[in-house]
Design a protein around this ligand. Sequence first.
Ligand SMILES: [Zn+2]
Length: 499
Amino acid sequence: MAQAEKITPRAKDFSEWYNDVIMQAQLADYSPVRGCMVIRPLGYRIWELMQRALDDMFKATGHQNAYFPLFIPQSFLSKEAEHVEGFAKEVAVVTHTRLKATGKTGADAVEPDPASELEEPLVVRPTSETIIYAMFAKWIQSYRDLPLLMNQWCNIVRWELRTRLFLRTTEFLWQEGHTAHATEGDAEAEARQMLGVYRKFQEEWVAMPVLTGRKTESEKFAGALRTYAVEALMQDNRALQAGTSHNLGQNFARAFNVQYQTAAGGLDFVWNTSWGVSTRMIGGLIMTHSDDNGLVAPPRLAPIQVVIVPIWKNDEEKAQVSGVSAQVKDALAKAGVRVEVDLRDMKPGAKYFDWEAKGVPLRLEVGPRDVAAGQVMAARRVKTAAGKVPLSLNDLATAAPKVLDEIQDELFQAAKARREANSIRGVHKTQFLEFMNGTGGFAYGGFCGSGDCEAQIKTETAATIRVLPDPEFQSPEQPRTCMWCGKPSVAEAVWAQAY
Ligand SMILES: [Zn+2]
């Protein structure tokens, strides 16, 4: 194995640090196609664990998985006016269905066959509202067919000029939930419910505290009536939108003629919602917890939760510690722990370094003296004041999962404390400008509701309203005036510079 390279410290260059962490932990790599990424096995395992947990939560709330095509007729995208405007600048378009040989060599050897040009071009889905609601129109006839609650796991393409691994790539993986309801109230309840599911997942699994709330008109999803979002604060004090849930109103139902017969016998358009989270959450996980030694993975989403490192000086010792390590591995695996033994022919220090970069939450060192004492030495990825502590071999299968739970909780608490330390409330304009030109973070202040104020603030500070926070996150004292223009405030807003 090549000696691991040094990771750029966060304080020196956060963006370089982020890339180094991903490369050293072998989560993803750049692809030959600019703007796209390759998700490597350890990164994909995190995604699988995320998928598993979320999928269970979706099913527990009554949703079923389905799959809709990657290609959408171009005309579908233009049926909802706001929607097409929102996505036109970033869709990939398929115009031909085959290549033909040109007789030349090299890159010019083939070209699209002009005879295969499609009558109507297809777009590669940037999101699937249009094709899904075209199908809903076929499937929904009566109020008895409602609610219709679906989800799909898939890839989507939004042509990005500036890309960053996991955070912004041309193709990415996500899930998109799509539902149809009889009333506005039902759709609103669904959109709110799924926002709650996202919050629960991100707090309990990603250990990433989030604010929930509503997006302003200028920040909402193209075609939605209302957009809700979960927003997290990264270690560089920039916000990450980590999931959105939209009440789409009847906009798409009208565009795709999704009507149902009401109980009273009339005809009405359905009310839709859509909601999604993506591989972007892996970027959030990295930027919430990791440090200058590499990835820090919350135990519930760590591909490997415990690594056992046997330590030996000769063959006799190796046989002994390997045997004990295998037993420990079996016991932990039976207790449901994702565990590996590292028997590579390397110095223990180099192994520690490697597993730290890969973010393994707990390392168990098994040396001859430990075995004689009936214990192993436990070292946490995020070091505590206690340092390495001995754990008895006898009850390791109960002790190790307990430590993992503690680590999970501590990561969440630390991230929450950091977020609060980097939030200011009741800001006025001067203070806001200082804050955004300085450290940055979440700034809570009054908002008049004007898009002009939002635009000016964005131009001057690059900060945008992340959410109009839900009551739970609102300041005890509600602001009376817009922190920017001084007119009466219509809602408290949270600003931040964002990814
Ligand atoms: Zn204002």
